[in-house]
Design a protein around this ligand. Structure first.
Ligand SMILES: NC(=O)c1ccc[n+]([C@@H]2O[C@H](COP(=O)([O-])OP(=O)(O)OC[C@H]3O[C@@H](n4cnc5c(N)ncnc54)[C@H](O)[C@@H]3O)[C@@H](O)[C@H]2O)c1
Length: 264
């Protein structure tokens, strides 16, 4: 994947990881960066900070018609989309007791938005012989997210969808990468942690990294056209351990959960 001169769309572009991707892609020489977010004002503010190559657009990516219209508008205004970063996502901090509305909203934002992007983009990419989709899932989609059942289940679905797309269309020039970070210092993670002690323990347990480190891993992963992009390299080892002995992995996760619940 060549970022120089690329037309790139980044959903969740007003937020931590999306904004860091925008700044980094601009420095890599992208021709056009369209930052898409529910919060149009913040998307425009981030675009202004990135520079002339960027513009901010308001869009709710859980609405498939809005995503289709977004793709059509960008392609009409800026030309064919080379890279679509389907990055917007939400966490809930809830367990199975979360309301059906919360489960549904999380499914729509974390999974159906990826489906809508693929439906809008893949036909054009097949006709043109290529295109690149970056799906931001999470290490929670490979492992788990302690305390957040809707997030864990939907991020697993996002990984599964990304794999399916890579297998189904990979032979026809459509490339897919799946970004699976663990903790990243963004409003999503730290907005949910009002308890300073718990925040410190999360940083200790999960090695929280800056969004710029994620952006660096993405640039390298796209350059290598690697499916799984793991800004926390230790996640690979956790996944291998999980596959080798599921029960031992579950027991280890219960211990981490008990430690977090104990506050130290
Ligand atoms: N922060 C972490 O620790 C972490 C770890 C792994 C994966 N992720 C994933 O990274 C992605 C980006 O998250 P972040 O950490 O930068 O969080 P963030 O909350 O800073 O950014 C997410 C952005 O998505 C936008 N958004 C939410 N719903 C939307 C919708 N329906 N339509 C359009 N935009 C919408 C928000 O307004 C926000 O600007 C998410 O998919 C998240 O699940 C984050």
């Amino acid at each position: 994947m060549e970022l120089r001169d690329a037309v790139v769309v980044i959903t969740g572009g007003a937020g931590g990881i999306g904004a860091a991707l925008a700044h980094r892609f601009a420095s890599e020489g992208a021709r056009r960066l369209v930052l898409v977010d529910l919060d149009a004002d913040r998307a425009r503010a981030v675009a202004a900070a990135v520079g002339d190559v960027a513009r901010g657009v308001g869009c709710d990516v859980s609405d498939p018609d809005a995503v289709a219209a977004l793709v059509a508008d960008v392609e009409a205004d800026d030309g064919p989309i080379d890279l679509f970063c389907s990055n917007a996502g939400i966490a809930t901090g809830e367990g199975v007791e979360a309301s059906v509305d919360v489960w549904q909203r999380t499914w729509e934002v974390n999974v159906l938005s990826q489906v809508a992007a693929a439906r809008a983009l893949v036909p054009g990419w097949l006709a043109r012989g290529g295109g690149y989709l970056l799906v931001t899932a999470s290490a929670a989609g490979l492992l788990t997210n302690l305390g957040d059942a809707p997030y864990t289940a939907t991020k697993h679905a996002a990984v599964g969808l990304a794999e399916w797309l890579a297998i189904t269309y990979g032979g026809q020039g459509v490339k897919v990468s799946c970004l699976c970070p663990q903790g990243v210092r963004t409003p999503m993670l730290f907005g949910a942690l009002s308890d300073g002690e718990l925040a410190a323990e999360v940083v200790r347990s999960f090695g929280v990294i800056e969004p710029e480190v994620v952006a660096e891993a993405v640039v390298v992963g796209l350059r290598d056209e690697r499916f799984l992009i793991l800004p926390h390299p230790e996640v690979r080892e956790y996944v291998v351990n999980k596959a080798a002995d599921h029960d031992r992995w579950l027991a280890g996760m219960r211990k981490v959960q008990a430690r977090l619940a104990g506050g130290a």
